[in-house]
Design a protein around this ligand. Structure first.
Ligand SMILES: Cc1ncc(COP(=O)(O)O)c(C=O)c1O
Length: 434
């Protein structure tokens, strides 16, 4: 008899899992990626970079060259902190956002997602407080949950997190007797809102965090992908002791290499390396070498310009399609990155509406994915990075049709709800992005 071959769907290990796994749940995006991969669906869901705009032939040549010239080292284990040469090159990338640092304080990770995991593992005990924007990146929220953090969303508007709201949230957490560990921020072209934290608020948030001895995690994968005006200098350029800065090659180059980095104050850096070594021994030497060669031999800043132009066109296509098909609906106006945050009438539930959207061959990410507290029901994140401008136009048209159908259905049961054609004047910004 083969043990475990019974084919039962019951989980035999139920009751054995570590308590912290109670926070693990399939991300709302995972299911969407499966749906969105069907060619007939216009996916405004996943934040997939437009990698087809990369010079694939020359990247292939770089990979061949790395194997030809340094094959043995590329296939070997390497430093837990990451390739010294690449850490030096990362300083040049950081300098574009005003950061001066030492390569010694950089730890290369398997995407910035792993850096987020490691830093959370280092600092968060069950019930510790993490302050995050409202809404915030679902991948970070998943990590915080898996370490049983108590995530508190702080009110955010079109200029990013509101300093006074952070002060209030800190006072509440203090009154609750909770240890406060992180202030997690995505200052540029935030995921999911597309909003940028204003230059004026950056030092204020730093001052508040310092005063309360809360570590800032500055997660900045999109900073170089600005459209109209460069993003303000990184928070890490203002303060180096109280900030762990996370960068990534995923959006400025390609996510498939899975290379990101953490720039940390010296003491934290040492612990990060230990945690990284215990998790994965070392990041992939092969992909680090390919990126290092790409940075050394190609005009990578010109490639970033190509991405900027492409994403700017798609942002414009998204905003003009929203103007055409959903006039008057509140939406953010990102100056970079991948996302627009759309507010629906309050009576619509974006998660409940998703199956109808998929039937109409359009996908998006429901707002609830970006909160740990059930908020976001009447919001959706629209990603404009991947589909062509024509597909974005069609996708938003389909979305408006879904909203019309859903509203009509609700109207049938709740006739007090206003006529969809009148909605342009009644949809107001959400309280958290007013
Ligand atoms: C805000 C933010 N942080 C981190 C990540 C993870 O990126 P990486 O591919 O570097 O792991 C993403 C990916 O979408 C993101 O949007």
């Amino acid at each position: 008899m083969v043990l475990g071959a019974g084919g039962t769907t019951l989980d035999d290990w139920h009751g054995h899992y570590a308590q912290r796994t109670s926070g693990l749940s399939a991300s709302e995006v995972r299911a969407l990626f499966a749906v969105a991969s069907r060619p007939e669906v216009v996916s405004l869901a996943g934040g997939m970079p437009a990698v087809s705009a990369l010079p694939l032939d020359s990247i292939t040549e770089t990979m061949n060259k790395v194997m030809r010239e340094q094959g043995a080292a590329a296939l070997q284990y390497g430093s837990g902190q990451g390739l010294p040469m690449l850490r030096e090159q990362i300083l040049e990338v950081c300098a574009l956002e005003g950061i001066e640092a030492s390569a010694n304080n950089i730890v290369i990770t398997t995407g910035s997602q792993q850096a987020l995991d490691l830093i959370t593992k280092l600092f968060i005990d069950d019930g510790d407080v993490v302050f995050a924007e409202s809404p915030s990146y679902l991948g970070a929220l998943g990590i915080f949950r898996s370490y049983q953090a108590d995530v508190r969303h702080v009110e955010t508007d079109e200029s990013g997190m509101i300093p006074e709201a952070l002060e209030e949230a800190i006072a509440v957490a203090r009154a609750d007797g909770k240890p406060m560990k992180f202030l997690y921020l995505i200052p540029n072209f935030q995921n999911p809102s597309g909003v940028t934290l204003s230059a004026e608020r950056r030092p204020r948030l730093i001052e508040i965090a310092k005063r309360h001895k809360i570590l800032i995690i500055e997660d900045n994968p999109y900073g170089l992908l600005w459209f109209d005006t460069p993003s303000p200098a990184a928070m890490r350029s203002i303060d180096e002791d109280g900030i762990v800065y996370l960068g990534s090659f995923s959006k400025m180059f390609a996510p498939g290499f899975r290379v990101g980095w953490a720039l940390a104050p010296h003491a934290i850096r040492e612990k990060l390396v230990l945690a990284a070594e215990s998790a994965i021994l070392c990041p992939s030497a092969l992909t680090q070498m390919v990126i290092s060669d790409y940075l050394a031999t190609s005009d990578w800043q010109a490639q970033i310009d190509v991405f900027r132009g492409l994403y700017r066109d798609r942002r414009d296509a998204m905003l003009s399609a929203l103007d055409e098909f959903l006039p008057g609906y509140h939406r953010t106006e990102p100056n970079g990155g991948f996302y627009v945050w759309l507010t629906l009438p309050e009576y619509l539930d974006s998660k409940a509406m998703l199956p109808r959207a998929v039937t109409e061959l359009v996908a998006y990410t429901p707002g609830t994915a970006f909160y740990t507290n059930g908020m976001g029901r009447s919001h959706i994140r629209l990603a404009f990075c991947y589909p062509t401008p024509e597909a974005i136009h069609e996708g938003v048209r389909r979305l408006s049709e879904v909203i019309r159908q859903e509203s009509e259905l609700i109207e049938t049961f709740h006739p007090k709800i206003p006529d969809i054609t009148q909605l342009s004047h009644v949809v107001s910004p959400p309280p958290d992005l007013a």
